[in-house]
Design a protein around this ligand. Structure first.
Ligand SMILES: O=C(O)CCC(=O)C(=O)O
Ligand SMILES: [Fe+2]
Length: 346
């Protein structure tokens, strides 16, 4: 990452500037309105350029993150048969459990779905969603009943507790970020609240195994894609063969792994909401260099997804006579289910 001088307008919350800056959000969490405004405007500027940043000062306890990471490693270390026994039901539209092979690149608007599916992502996944909990909130009338397909739990002590606790922290952090986003967009702070209070977020662990045979030409750990929801909060470890984002010049930029941070990025629905003022940046996960091909990598994104029936349409502060809405309004749930179908043929 190229480091640029820190922007004095946003100091001291911008710790490292650049295409993927490091932002400290702790002052906003203190509740002070001036601090919230400063952090919000800083986030807003980043969302207009790369839509990718790392946050620190997020308040999620280190032990909670460590417990989730430990549980994730234990899960993927299970024998293949144990993982396959937890494979997502073929008709689960959110693919809870051990994931089926697919290609995220196939979800891109201009992708050749068949070609992309010939080159599946070199990763395994495990997905948990609150809609699969026994006490999940009722879905709006007319929703697909398969949305409440139960989660699939491995027989590992502490796994479910670690995942549930981590999910609860992510849910709280995502709401805080959405409130700061509202301020950044000159909206009342609670503007998004009733659009995400019944969110349908997937927490998905990605495991990138050692590459004992070289990948096929064009095959990646994750093919290039944008994320589908409002925002993604990503935990990543620092193994080689990692996350890259596409910059405005069309160059791939490494996203550094910073101890104690989360990567936050904007998803497609935030671009719809903001009339493309904010960008849902394309990213990918590259293969490790041959000399470190045996190194495994883990990452765990929380794909914050608004309520199933939230209608995502251009926000009033993001349009004018000269800048009419560019996207047709879309329902959150329908949007994500269509993306899953393209990526995984569900
Ligand atoms: O593994 C990563 O760092 C990112 C994975 C990703 O982009 C995704 O799962 O959508
Ligand atoms: Fe992604």
């Amino acid at each position: 990452m190229t480091l640029s001088p820190v922007d004095t307008r946003t100091a001291p919350v911008t710790l490292v500037d650049g295409y993927v800056p490091v932002i400290d959000i702790s002052s906003a969490r203190s509740g002070d309105p001036a601090a919230r405004e400063l952090v919000a405007k800083t986030l807003g500027r980043v969302c207009e350029t790369s839509g990718f940043l790392a946050i620190v000062g997020h308040g999620v306890p280190a032990e909670r993150i460590a417990a989730m990471y430990r549980a994730t490693r234990e899960f993927f270390a299970l024998p293949d048969a144990a993982k396959l026994a937890l494979q997502a039901a073929p008709d689960d539209p959110l693919m809870r459990g051990f994931g089926r092979a697919g290609s995220l690149a196939a979800s891109n608007t201009d992708a050749s779905v068949a070609d992309e599916r010939d080159l599946p992502d070199l990763s395994q996944t495990y997905t948990y969603n609150r809609l699969g909990e026994p006490d999940a909130p009722a879905l709006p009338a007319g929703s697909d009943p398969l949305l409440t397909t139960p989660n699939h739990w491995p027989d590992l002590p502490g796994f479910a507790a670690a995942y549930r606790a981590y999910y609860a922290s992510m849910q709280e952090l995502a709401l805080e970020l959405m409130r700061l986003f509202a301020l950044a967009l000159d909206l009342p702070e609670g503007w998004f609240d009733d659009k995400v209070d019944e969110h349908m977020t997937n927490l998905t662990a990605n495991y990138y195994p050692a590459q004992l045979v070289p990948p096929k030409p064009g095959q990646l750990r994750k093919g290039q894609h944008s994320d589908w929801g409002s925002l993604t909060i990503l935990y990543q470890d620092d193994a080689p063969g990692g996350l890259q984002v596409l910059d405005k010049a069309g160059e791939w930029v490494d996203v550094p792994a910073i101890e104690g941070s989360f990567v936050v990025n904007i998803g497609d629905l935030m671009a719809v909401w903001t009339n493309n003022r904010w960008v849902s940046t394309v990213h990918r996960v590259v293969n490790p260099a041959p000399e470190v091909a045996t190194r495994e990598r883990y990452s765990v994104p929380f794909f914050h997804q608004p309520n199933f029936d939230a209608l995502i349409e251009c926000i009033p502060t993001c349009t004018s006579l000269q800048d009419p809405p560019r996207h047709a309004p879309v329902r959150s749930g329908e949007y994500i289910l269509e993306k899953f179908r393209r990526a995984y043929g569900l």
